[in-house]
Design a binder for this molecule. Structure first.
Ligand code: 13P
Length: 324
């Protein structure tokens, strides 16, 4: 999953989320249009050169190409591992409604067994930590860490590699130092919980946010500042036994997400592979090119191929914008 030069495509938007993305560019979201879009992504020629795994959603892992090839089978044939989002979304945290807790533990062992039978090799669970006035609370950080650890232990027991994703959102007016401080706290809680829950750290992938300025902050940290702050934070929190760290993009533009990954890898070597598990930063150009039209599939695939290649280079610290 974290082979050098490879990363993960996050294509696990829930039907609600993908519907919002479709509607933003005037595409109707139906079972078939979602299938057509995911088929366009997954059949991108050469995708396997840069992508080692694709995270799917419950609906998508059960879908097939127009010729009847199940998506997990299609991916396996390309040497790409199918993965599955197993959380059921983030809800208001009881007692602290401006914060979120991720749901989905009920019945999880059974669902994991079913996903394994459908061909999944790994799973994802996203916890959401919000920065704001007086938040995050320790309660939110601890509750989410406990849920992530329960999820990870259930996955390892059931035969899926867990991607552990504690996402600190980048939406507020905080500076990069505040983001780094909150992320450090979240990571410390997550690794303590993983230890308590007997999760084998050499069998997980960490999917963190970068240490980054909030979108509403008047000052935006430079690419080099983000890279330095993120590497410092990870060095202080992530045990060397964790084989791979695959970042989320979290609302960064595609160019910026690639530049950050590249700058971090230029600071290496690191004890873990530093790679990508981007959703929007890999897909945005492709979705905008596709526009719901079969005649645009090639253009969408070219966009995804290009972004995947850029991030593959960035995962080795070899990206220069001219190669885009
Ligand atoms: P973004 O890269 O768009 O943040 O999505 C990654 C993801 O999987 C969020 O859970």
């Amino acid at each position: 999953m974290v082979a050098p030069g490879k990363g993960i495509l996050a294509a696990d938007e829930s039907s609600g989320t993908i519907t919002k993305r479709f509607e933003a560019i005037g595409i109707e979201s139906t079972f078939d249009s979602r299938r057509d879009y995911r088929q366009a992504l997954l059949t991108t020629p050469g995708l396997e050169e840069f992508i080692s795994g694709v995270i799917l959603y419950d609906e998508t892992i059960r879908q097939s190409t127009a010729d009847g090839v199940a998506f997990p089978k299609l991916l396996e044939g390309l040497g790409i591992m199918p993965g599955i989002k197993v959380d059921t979304g983030a809800m208001p945290l009881p007692g602290s409604p401006d914060e979120k807790i991720t749901e989905g533990l009920d019945g999880l062992p059974k669902r994991v067994a079913e996903y394994v039978s459908l061909g999944a090799k790994f799973a994802k669970w996203r916890a959401v930590i919000t920065i704001g006035d007086g938040i995050p609370t320790d309660y939110c950080i601890q509750a989410n860490a406990a849920a992530l650890a329960r999820y990870a232990s259930i996955c390892q027991e059931g035969g899926l590699v867990p991607i552990v994703e504690p996402e600190v959102l980048m939406d507020w007016e905080n500076d990069v130092d505040r983001c780094a401080e909150v992320t450090k706290k979240a990571h410390e809680a997550v690794f303590a919980a993983l230890d308590l829950h007997r999760v084998a750290l050499d069998g997980i992938i960490l999917k963190p946010n970068m240490a980054i300025s909030g979108k509403k902050s008047a000052t935006q940290a430079s690419v080099d500042e983000v890279a330095a702050a993120t590497v410092k934070l990870l060095t202080s929190t992530v045990p060397e036994s964790v084989p791979g760290i695959a970042f989320l993009s979290g609302g960064q533009s595609a160019d910026v997400a690639t530049a950050h990954l590249n700058a971090m890898n230029k600071l290496g070597p690191h004890p873990w592979q530093l790679s990508f598990s981007y959703g929007r930063a890999l897909q945005d150009d492709a979705l905008n090119a596709w526009k719901g039209e079969a005649s645009n599939v090639e253009a969408a695939q070219a966009a995804l191929y290009g972004r995947s290649k850029d991030n593959s280079l960035a995962s080795k610290g070899e990206y220069t914008p001219q190669q885009a």
